[in-house]
Write a protein that binds this ligand. Structure first.
Ligand code: HEC
Ligand SMILES: [Cu+2]
Length: 338
């Protein structure tokens, strides 16, 4: 009789345990993925973010408690449209984040804290339920087989400032392919110019009329908003190296020896230096696919950071559209013009 009772108690207890398993599991799960995490920011030379890799569950909020151990840093997560968090030395600031979908997110410092600032990055692995993000499409430069690392200076350039307004008046003469977005993406301004020059229907136009047309085509693939976005992103993320006017003389680069006269990476030895975009040939010889590819992939050792995990494709398009302004705007005063 006694034994029978004991057995019953054991069975009931076991059953209760089995039924409670999911709840217990969830409890342990929460223990292993803390709801609050202290996050220390230091200059990249002193270790950068600590921790630099964090794992969170989708749908489960995590509170990050930031502090800086040296200078002012900033925190933002790539491709997510949320305001940056300013991190002051010796102070704590909190932010609660909830990720709705699993995936890998890159977080980065938003302040120019030093020459290696851009290396101050880390990763958030979001695991758990939710639709997995659609894999990114193959970058266009790979589809087109563009080598990002060979020189691409244009052999030709306008004799005067190309004028899209003047180009607009001639636009009806353009062959249909010139208006396609893929034509813009896969051609440099100089290569489109050469294709147009070979068109029998455009023989009546002089060389500079054709440049006006190319400048007009370039304008059709951007917007004032995109240019404004590109300008802002450039000032925050690129000007420190590339310089405000794109001459490759940003504050982080001024101490380096000047670039060799032909101004291209493949001939750099020792120091790398950003190209001088006030020489129009540098950008007039580059297609949007090439520039976007370089921005996304980076220089792989040249000192040019990779921005693929940081910016959305729209932001990269906006940056590329903004860069061409350096070439078009440089035209009137540039010495090569003479
Ligand atoms: C830490 C310095 C640094 C920062 C920051 C930087 N760059 Fe660069 N960039 C370079 C250097 C050095 C090169 C030349 C070497 C190379 O092409 O890889 C370069 C080259 C490039 C090129 C290739 C240009 C050409 O004509 O071939 C593009 C495009 C470019 N950068 C865009 C950007 C953009 C856009 C940003 C900001 C989002 C940026 N860079 C931020 C250093 C930097
Ligand atoms: Cu920093």
């Amino acid at each position: 009789m006694k034994h029978e009772h004991l057995a019953r108690v054991i069975i009931v207890t076991l059953l209760a345990l089995v039924l409670a398993l999911p709840v217990i599991g969830k409890f342990l799960w929460h223990l292993s993925y803390p709801a609050v995490l202290e996050m220390h920011a230091r200059l990249p030379e002193s270790g950068g973010w600590s921790p630099s890799t964090i794992t969170v569950r989708s749908g489960q909020p995590i509170t990050l408690r930031f502090t800086s151990e040296d200078v002012v840093h900033g925190f933002a997560i790539g491709k997510l449209n949320q305001p940056e968090i300013e991190i002051l030395p010796g102070e704590f600031v909190e932010a609660t984040l909830t990720f709705s979908a699993p995936g890998t997110y890159t977080f980065y410092c938003t302040r120019w804290c030093g020459p290696n600032h851009w290396r101050m990055r880390g990763v958030i692995n979001v695991i758990g339920d939710g639709s997995t993000p659609t894999p990114e499409p193959t970058p266009l430069y790979l589809v087109l087989g563009i080598d990002l690392d060979t020189p691409h200076r244009a052999e030709i350039m306008p004799h005067r400032m190309a004028d899209p307004q003047r180009g607009a008046k001639l636009k009806d003469r353009l062959p249909a392919y010139a208006l396609e977005h893929t034509t813009y993406l896969s051609n440099s301004p100089a290569s489109l110019w050469m294709r147009l020059r070979a068109e029998p229907s455009l023989q009546v136009l002089n060389d500079d009329d054709l440049w006006d047309l190319v400048a007009w085509v370039w304008e059709q693939h951007t917007s004032p908003q995109a240019i404004a976005t590109g300008q802002k992103l450039y000032a925050q993320n690129c000007a420190a190296c590339h310089g405000e006017t794109g001459q490759g003389d940003g504050v982080m680069m001024r101490d380096l020896s000047p670039p060799p006269s032909d101004n291209h990476i493949t001939t750099y030895n020792g120091h790398t230096r950003p190209p001088d975009w006030s020489d129009p040939r540098q950008l007039l010889g580059a297609s949007p696919a090439l520039l976007a590819g370089k921005v996304t992939r980076g220089g792989m050792g040249t000192g040019m950071p990779y921005w693929g995990p940081i910016f959305t494709p729209e932001q990269i398009d906006a940056l590329v559209a903004y860069l061409y302004r350096f070439a078009w705007n440089a035209l009137p005063e540039h010495p090569l013009k003479r």
